[in-house]
Design a binder for this molecule. Structure first.
Ligand SMILES: Cc1ncc(COP(=O)(O)O)c(C=O)c1O
Length: 246
């Protein structure tokens, strides 16, 4: 099992670090993540059976890592592989952030708490759902803070209002099964598969600015501006199977 831990750096689930649950895990250091080296990521190999091959694929298909350790007296190509290594400059930039990961997590978690506190009453009166933390034992990393609106039109009204005040909030994603490429593969039949929750969140989810250097003052301005958004039309909450917690 390969765990997609792209957003999960420094978070835990039931006492275990995310990234330790599967045979392997992949973390992302894309610019949108808590730690960033621009592009790139981290492969965690939790099962010793896969470690040797992983380092060979990583080192362009050679056993250079074993050579560096002094396990072999020369290195050569022994498998397929590619140039997956980061440059020294990229690695140095990332290394400094890894040393500060606890600070990054703490800062983002404080931002997350302030958004929640600042918006919860308003959300109640408007029928908006806020990002919530699950009841089971875990620690989060403040990766993102989102609001779920009742419709795309309502979501876009909040986005537009924030943008009019030069605050750049965003929708989160487009549903993959509705992408031109997937539709091309499936003969443009948009009705299959019907994935109502993926479609609902693609339409209704809004993400507020979240980054470690976001100041409290700028965040309070975002909250205040969000709260000043005029009520949008008549809203109705669409209840979908299995999404009772949203
Ligand atoms: C859940 C999840 N998986 C995978 C990825 C892909 O990460 P990368 O762009 O570093 O390949 C992302 C990035 O947005 C993600 O959020």
């Amino acid at each position: 099992m390969i765990e997609d831990a792209a957003q999960a750096i420094d978070a835990t689930y039931k006492g275990k670090p995310l990234g330790s649950l599967g045979h392997m895990a992949a973390f992302s250091f894309h610019e949108t993540k808590n730690l960033s080296s621009g592009e790139g990521g981290l492969l965690v190999v939790n099962d010793a059976r896969f470690q040797r091959r992983a380092e060979i694929l990583w080192e362009k298909g050679t056993n250079r890592a074993a050579f560096r350790r002094g396990d072999v007296d020369k290195y050569c190509w022994i498998d397929t592989g590619s140039s997956f290594l980061p440059s020294d400059i990229t690695a140095a930039m990332l290394c400094a952030q890894l040393e500060s990961v606890a600070d990054v997590t703490r800062t983002r978690s404080e931002l997350w708490d302030r958004y929640h506190e600042g918006l919860k009453d308003f959300a109640g009166t408007r029928g908006l759902k806020l990002a919530s933390l699950p009841a089971y034992r875990f620690t989060a990393n403040g990766h993102l803070f989102y609001v779920v609106c009742s419709s795309m039109a309502e979501r876009d009204a909040y986005l537009d209002h924030l943008r009019e005040h030069e605050i750049y909030a965003v929708f989160h994603y487009l549903a993959l099964h509705q992408s031109p490429y997937y539709r091309q593969l499936t003969g443009d039949d948009v009705t299959t598969p019907f994935l109502p929750n993926a479609e609902r969140f693609a339409s209704c989810l809004l993400r507020l600015p979240m980054y470690a250097s976001l100041t409290e003052e700028a965040q309070q301005r975002t909250i205040k501006t969000f709260l000043s958004t005029p009520r949008h039309g008549v809203t109705s909450v669409v209840a979908l199977a299995g999404m009772e917690n949203f």
